[in-house]
Design a protein around this ligand. Structure first.
Ligand code: SF4
Length: 282
């Protein structure tokens, strides 16, 4: 341990810090939700006045790798992309690379088939939970969280929260601590914009088609068309060409609001795609 009798320099003023923090930087990679969006320190009531990095720097390109923790593979890929092409990869409206945040967790989740089939865990440790059914009714925020967790996973692709039996808490979304909590309450709505709408309707469509004897070829063609349209819409939104894009993220209050499911509202205790058993109101 050492000490010094020298007086310490006063901290830089916010304006000076703002003007000098990024000086000489080729770009800024925000690693984790705190630097990308303010994270937990920025959550209400934010007693320290914490802000995201983009609020205090300017003049350099910034990319946000949100998540708590960040995914090391996504960080590596972003750095390699910059070293290879001299620029950051294409991003969404929140500055997150599309290769890592361009798809909802819900759309690639291994438990998605159970969601579409109406098979939900309703209590921790119940039969549905032990059988690996969907965690939506236990509060999973995968339907409103964009991240590639299901495919890349963590710890050298060992696992990720849903694979371990715990719902997604939405940690890679802006203001997740305020907008995604209580973490064990289910989402009041299931977002249906873009691809998710198509995928949700696909689940119901297949059930209906089976019951009614529809031709699957026709269903497949319809789905193919909707998937293509959804991809086009996402690409346009990412390029800032879609009307209203700056207003933000679908499904997050303060970022454009929730979109109801094709006019259906699940906040009354009903479930989407059938029921796994009793309704406990979650
Ligand atoms: S609600 Fe959660 S557990 Fe269920 S399919 Fe969606 S992401 Fe997976």
């Amino acid at each position: 341990m050492c000490s010094s009798s020298k007086a310490r320099s006063p901290p830089a003023s916010p304006d000076r810090a703002r003007s000098t923090a990024a000086r000489g930087a080729a770009g800024i990679i925000n690693v984790g939700t705190c630097s990308a969006f303010g994270g937990i320190p920025n959550a209400h009531p934010n007693p320290t006045g914490a802000v995201k990095v983009e609020d205090v720097v300017s003049g350099v390109p910034v990319v946000n790798l949100s998540g708590c923790p960040v995914n090391a593979d996504n960080l590596t890929a972003t750095i390699v992309h910059y070293l290879t092409f001299g620029a950051f990869p294409a991003t969404d409206e929140f500055g997150r690379p599309l290769f890592a945040y361009g798809e909802l967790i819900h759309n690639t989740c291994p438990r998605r088939g159970h969601f579409d089939a109406g098979q939900f865990a309703v209590e921790w440790g119940d039969e549905g939970h032990r059988n690996g059914w969907c965690l939506y009714r236990l509060g999973c925020k995968g339907p409103e969280t964009s991240h590639n967790c299901p495919s890349v996973r963590y710890n050298e692709a060992t696992s990720w929260p849903v694979a371990a039996g715990h719902g997604c808490v939405g940690c890679s979304e802006p203001h997740f601590w305020d907008t995604m909590s209580p973490f064990y309450d289910r989402l009041p709505h299931v977002d249906t914009e873009g691809f998710e709408f198509t995928a949700d309707r696909l689940g119901l469509t297949i059930v209906a088609a089976t019951a009614a004897g529809f031709a699957l070829h026709g269903v497949g063609k319809a789905v193919q068309h909707r998937v293509g349209a959804a991809r086009d819409a996402r690409a346009a939104r990412a390029a800032g060409q879609e009307a209203g894009a700056p207003s933000g993220h679908p499904g997050i209050p303060g970022y454009g609001g929730h979109a109801s499911v094709d006019g259906e509202d699940f906040s009354d205790g009903s479930d989407y795609g059938g029921s796994a058993g009793e309704s406990d109101g979650r």
